[in-house]
Design a protein around this ligand. Sequence first.
Ligand code: UT7
Length: 321
Amino acid sequence: MSVKIIGTGSALPEKIVTNDDLAQLVETSDEWIRERTGIGSRHISTGETVVSLAARAGERALENAGRTAADVQLLLLATAAPETGIPCAACQVQSILGAAGAVAFDLNAACAGFLFALHTACAYIEAGIYENALVVGSEVLSKIVDWTDRSTCVLFGDGAGAAYVERCDEPGILGFVQHSDGTKGEVLQCGGRQLSNPYISLPQEPSFVKMDGREVFAFAVRQVPACIQELLGRIGLETGDVDLYVLHQANRRIVEGIARRLAVAEDRFPMNLDRVGNMSSAAIPVLLDELNRAGRLRAGMTLVLSGFGAGLTYGACALRW
Ligand code: UT7
């Protein structure tokens, strides 16, 4: 018995914001952003929400899988920026899709969120609790980004990606590795609501994403290759056995650094960050969906998905397409 991705989907906000557009807001340039990150433009919400994007991505994944919302037994939504504390975004997506029979809940592991949600879905399916799951990563980071901070506002984009997975007899997901290091939480953070009740009231200042970019960069280039090696070792594969490495899209130089450390040719590392920026938990499923719809994923191919982000969290998953 295995768990296989049967369909993928994605959704991006309509508005495209170029580097030149950002140069009108903060002191930056197309040249700096492209050279330091590889990003050329990103989609930014002018009304789309985590829920609306997730619902569209989920709908497309179901269509792609040839399944309906009524089939879905588990709906997991990874996000770091939900619109509401309660109800969770997953339940709102369940209602829009009409997935009445699904159990739905959110999960937050920042940029590694989609991978952690996929792993959770697989664990449920392998345990025999559910037979399938719709796993979504959806982010509207533009509402938690400080648009006066050039070191972060140029990096992020909004969007959602989804994968529909099912219990199956052919080989599918081959293995997972997940890690968290809460001692490094301060390098990438965004506050929530402060304590306020009749007995104490802390100042309710809006909080935005704050990041030590160099620390995150160094962490990613060091830990992601180690994590991928750990995963491949566990399932008895070599780096050369992997057809495509679908990595979190944070920075072109990070992806290139990881490819170098693994001694794998860069053409095995597809990228879309030039058009979409860093979409946190949506990055991996959106890229996967683009590859799928472009016909670049053939049956039997071996893929490694790997992400890293705030927490710190990081992980990798190997699968047979
Ligand atoms: O999903 C996970 C979340 N985040 C990440 O993965 C981000 C990981 N980190 C990175 O991608 C890179 O560290 C950044 C792109 C954030 C920054 O690149 P860097 O090469 O590490 O630049 P830096 O922070 O060392 O800054 C170099 C210079 C600084 O100026 P000084 O101090 O040398 O005069 C910055 O103030 O570049 C300046 N700078 C900018 N200049 C123009 C920072 N942001 C900008 C900007 N435009 N947007």
